[in-house]
Design a protein. Structure first.
Length: 211
């Protein structure tokens, strides 16, 4: 009788271990499949990110922008000169002010055309003003006012519409005295300019989804 109970025990134990092994095998295969699919998704996301990042470099193919890869920023290839403490575009110092303003308007239209061409993506457009280092106390406020004046010029005076796939931020990085690590040039007068950032929102969404 004891021998039958012992035989029954080992048979049940063997069946249990076989079932556990089968369960572990199924779970192992499932994990491998999920990891493989996740790797494929990640690779596809990386390719999408590269594609979107590359698309923003199209702006450098015209005469109005220069792309600075070390800073990942576009510089408006239109040098502006302001009297000290001024932010109004109508006060810029130029031999042919109307021609200079037309160039600024054309630069805005290039951004508009780019955003319209890539309606499938969402972007953050940052217009950054800068100021040269001088004796003016409020260069940080001034640099913001210059960027704001440029945006108002584009939208209010030249009728440029950047569309619904773009969030616009206006900023000023001042004259560099606060060491904000913004892009600066050695010749101070060259820092009276505008920097343009075009950041694909898709990248941020993809990064969050992959976490």
């Amino acid at each position: 009788m004891a021998q039958k109970k012992e035989s029954f025990f080992w048979t049940s134990y063997s069946d249990l271990m076989t079932s556990l092994f089968f369960v572990m095998l199924v779970l192992f295969i499932l994990v491998i499949v999920l990891l493989h699919k996740r790797m494929e998704a990640t690779e596809a996301q990386l390719q999408e990110i590269k594609k979107i990042e590359e698309s923003t470099k199209e702006l450098a193919q015209n005469d109005y922008f220069i792309y600075r890869p070390e800073y990942k920023k576009y510089v408006l290839n239109i040098q502006v000169r302001y009297p000290a403490g001024k932010s109004d575009l109508n006060t810029i110092i130029a031999s042919d002010k109307d021609a200079q303003l037309d160039k600024l308007a054309n630069a805005g239209r290039e951004i508009q055309d780019f955003l319209n061409k890539h309606k499938e993506n969402q972007y953050v457009l940052i217009v950054e003003g800068q100021a040269s280092r001088d004796n003016f106390t409020y260069n940080y406020e001034l640099s913001y006012q210059r960027a704001l004046a440029l945006m108002r010029f584009w939208v209010d005076h030249r009728g440029i519409n950047f569309g619904n796939n773009c969030e616009i931020l206006i900023s000023g990085s001042g004259d560099g005295k606060l060491d904000t690590h913004s892009m600066r040039e050695y010749v101070e007068t060259e820092n009276q300019r505008f920097l343009i950032h075009i950041l694909p929102k898709n990248i941020f969404e993809t990064t969050n989804e992959s976490k």
